[in-house]
Write a protein that binds this ligand. Structure first.
Ligand SMILES: O=C(O)C(=O)Cc1ccccc1
Length: 421
């Protein structure tokens, strides 16, 4: 099904489209996008016999029909209505429209920039979850795993989602996203340092975590073979997780913001010597071939994502909770040992510890340590522990830690993802 669908999407166009006579009647809901001002209308409909909806099937397959420039243009509207389309179809159609007629009718629902995020209304009651990247990114799947009925909202950069939370105006008028999803660590690639830094820089609260098994594919344009490839694009974590395969293939690696963005770029630029490391969903959406599957260095490749919100979750004890904190310490021998002992002596299990340079220190004159040496390196320690902030045990541990911490912030107390992958 995927192949025939992709083929039909990458068929003729621009402007004068193959207007195959449509046997189906298009309800307003099946209209994908109409741009009256540029004189091009784009319609897509699903039809056939699949599922409960009356899809028009050919040999049991689902078919998408796209017609461009076919006369009557309903009321101008530049918002994609997707409620009548299964998500994958919707995404394929959207890419097709961008791919084939973006010079005629730029689609309004590309990744959100700060300006667009600030301008869009919150609308319906579905939870809106921001993620960095474009459709087909792993973060999108993580968002959907965490909040199965959510509307996953692509963002150019994490800052786009975070900025909103910092804006007083938005705080008053209401956010346009309810959550942001952030990959934080990976079982092969380790911590995503930049995202640790973001947690400190912004005031969002961790309200959940999700573990997601990531399976990378090597993607390329149709007809391109592995031997044709010289270069591969992807998110730095994805490149790190596929180190062995990519080295074996002798491919030059280039880091980009997200895996699906890499796939989209390869497709849009019709590159023949460049592939992308991304998901099979990205292959489907952007019409790329999968040259190799499961190319990560270890089949157990799990990424942990954090769910962020502007308000903290009220911690409970009704199920296993985790708490994430960040702190800095005074100078002195054994101080880190003492800090960690506040957990050990209360039998609190630590699941993660990470240290990051404290960038703000560069703005201040460096301090001196006990030996009178100039102190150039200030560190922030990020610790996750298996206890809810609703428990006296956790509260006592943090009170104890405060005695020698120069800074302490609880990033969130949230239900632990205990699923085995
Ligand atoms: O780029 C993506 O698709 C992401 O969601 C970030 C990422 C990259 C590699 C593994 C997990 C998440």
């Amino acid at each position: 099904m995927a192949a025939s669908l992709t083929r039909s999407l990458i068929s003729p166009l621009p402007g004068q489209i193959s207007a195959k006579p449509s046997r189906s009647t298009h309800s307003p809901q099946s209209l994908i996008s109409v741009r009256r001002h540029c004189g091009v209308s784009v319609r897509a409909s699903t039809s056939g016999s699949g599922n409960n909806k009356s899809y028009e099937g050919k040999n049991g397959t689902q078919a998408l029909e796209l017609k461009v420039g076919d006369g009557a243009v309903p009321a101008a509207c530049d918002v994609l209505t997707k409620d009548s389309l299964p998500s994958r179809h919707y995404q394929r159609v959207r890419f097709w429209i961008e791919f084939n007629c973006c010079s005629y009718c730029p689609i309004s629902t590309g990744p959100l920039t700060s300006a667009r995020l600030a301008n869009s209304g919150s609308g319906g009651s579905r939870l809106r979850v921001a993620y960095q990247g474009v459709c087909g990114a792993y973060s999108e799947s993580a968002a959907q795993k965490a909040y199965p009925n959510c509307e996953a909202v692509p963002c150019d950069q994490f800052e786009t989602a975070f900025e909103v939370s910092d804006s007083k105006l938005m705080a008053v008028e209401g956010w346009t996203v309810d959550r942001a999803v952030l990959p934080i660590e990976n079982s092969l690639g380790g911590s995503i340092h930049r995202n640790y830094d973001l947690l400190l820089r912004h005031k969002l609260h961790i309200v959940g975590e999700i573990k997601y098994a990531v399976r990378h594919c090597l993607l390329a344009n149709p007809g391109v073979k592995v031997n044709d490839l010289k270069r591969v694009l992807s998110h730095p974590q994805a490149l790190a997780q596929c180190e062995y395969t990519l080295t074996r293939l002798g491919l030059v690696r280039e880091a980009v913001d997200d895996t699906a963005g890499a796939a989209k770029y390869v497709a849009l630029s019709k590159l023949e010597d460049t592939g992308a490391v991304a998901s099979s969903a990205a292959a489907e959406i952007y019409g790329l071939d999968i040259l190799a599957e499961d190319i990560q260095d270890d089949s157990d490749n799990v990424t942990r994502f954090l769910m962020l919100a502007r308000d903290p979750l009220i911690p409970g004890t009704y199920r296993p909770f985790k708490t994430s904190i960040v702190f800095s310490l005074e100078e002195g021998p054994g101080i880190l040992f003492k800090a960690l002992a506040v957990f050990a002596m209360r039998d609190i299990n630590l699941t993660k510890i990470e240290s990051r340079p404290w960038r703000r220190s560069s703005l201040r004159p460096p301090g001196e340590n006990a030996n009178g040496l100039q102190k150039c390196f200030h560190y922030m320690f990020y610790v996750d522990f298996e206890e809810s902030m609703a428990s006296d045990n956790a509260q006592n541990a943090l009170k104890h830690l405060e005695e020698f911490a120069t800074f302490l912030r609880v990033l969130g107390s949230y239900p632990a993802d205990t699923t085995m992958l």
